[in-house]
Design a protein around this ligand. Structure first.
Ligand code: FAD
Length: 327
């Protein structure tokens, strides 16, 4: 990612695809096939794999986890990858092991995150912050950034998360930008944002980020979430506490029962949104939350190609929108 950031001649945006860790063995085989195919169809600059912090996968079942998917992507699929890693719920031993595996697999990019604070469920079913929290040495993402930098020097290009519309624990965006700058000062060199649909809020936020002293060579990478149904769109906006732009709602609401019509209209809206972000001068790279699906991000890029009048995807792209129905 750092090498890409050194290049200043951006005539078209580059892009990356994010995948999450499947919960079954068959799911991971399917994911490898899908990553490979999506790479051939789209050729993203890099792929991301999220960190599974929830402990959903039993340690007794040998289902590939983040480190394993990163290793396969780097070595078997020959892709540049970025490994997400949370720290608040990790012991020192687990942190060291995850970083060592990433290093040995050839991965050179880490998105350093806090994750959700460790919690325990009391007998009455009430959730509490885990009393054994002492066994987890890091409190914030900045602690992980500092540690990676100290231990691995410049080997890893370190990214961090940001929230243009506020974080559930901190609504004040000025305070969040202060925390963001701390992460950058400690060694983070790129920023990936929470999903959003309101480009005006995002662009105003980018201006504040730069005014706070975060330099231009630290790329701000917007998180783009394709829209596949009206319900999931509203649910995600609600979950992430992000603004639903009135014009987008006016486009989608009348076709909420017709998924295909909705997807077509949403694709056009999100592609226009990407174009506006790129033209704002604040964005050189788009990060797609693929949700492990093949088509959503691809069709947005296809539409963006049309709007830009420039090629973004490989010439021999194989994804035929009629033949490939989203699974
Ligand atoms: P931090 O930067 O540590 O901030 C967390 C909170 O701590 C902030 O709201 C702020 O209120 C407070 N804070 C930060 N610094 C300070 C300070 N110096 N003093 C006092 N308070 C402070 N989660 C996963 O489990 N796995 C993933 O793979 C994953 N990927 C993500 C990718 C992106 C692009 C984004 C935006 C989020 C992702 N998340 C993931 C979710 C993320 O882990 C949560 O949103 C988490 O609550 C915050 O993580 P952070 O790295 O932003 O934390």
């Amino acid at each position: 990612i750092e090498n890409y950031q050194k290049d200043n001649s951006y005539e078209i945006p580059s892009f990356s695809y994010e995948y999450f860790v499947p919960k079954t063995l068959q799911g991971s085989y399917n994911l490898y096939e899908r990553i490979d195919k999506m790479n051939m169809d789209s050729n993203p600059l890099f792929i991301d794999v999220t960190w599974n912090a929830g402990g959903v996968i039993s340690p007794n079942i040998p289902i590939p986890k983040t480190n394993d998917i990163i290793e396969t992507s780097q070595q078997a699929l020959q892709l540049d990858s970025c490994m997400h890693m949370t720290c608040t719920n990790m012991t020192m031993k687990e942190i060291d092991s995850a970083l060592k595996k990433a290093y040995e697999s050839g991965c050179e990019n880490i998105l350093a995150l806090r994750g959700d604070p460790p919690r325990s469920v009391e007998q009455n079913g009430k959730e509490n912050v885990d009393a054994s929290v002492d066994k987890y040495p890091f409190k914030y993402a900045k602690d992980l950034v500092r540690y990676i930098k100290e231990k691995y020097g410049d080997h890893f290009c370190i990214g961090v998360a940001a929230y243009p519309e506020g974080h559930p624990e901190e609504a004040n965006s000025d305070v969040l930008i202060k925390y963001l700058k701390e992460k950058v000062d400690l060694g983070a060199t790129f920023i990936i944002t929470q999903m959003f649909y309101n480009t005006d809020i995002f662009i105003a936020w980018c201006e504040k980020v730069r005014a706070a002293g975060i330099p231009e060579n630290v790329h701000i990478i917007p998180g783009i979430m394709p829209i596949t149904s009206y319900d999931s769109f509203l649910r995600r906006c609600n979950w992430c506490q992000i603004n639903v732009p009135q014009d987008l709602n006016e486009v989608l609401k009348p076709v909420q029962q017709d998924d295909e019509a909705l997807r077509n209209l949403a694709t056009n809206y999100v592609a226009k949104m990407c174009l506006k972000l790129f033209k704002s001068g604040h964005v050189k790279h788009l990060h797609f939350y693929t949700m492990n699906l093949e088509k959503g991000s691809y069709v947005i890029l296809k539409e963006l190609e049309r709007l830009l009048g420039k090629r973004l995807l490989p010439l021999a792209a194989g994804l035929n929108s009629n033949a490939n129905k989203e699974k």
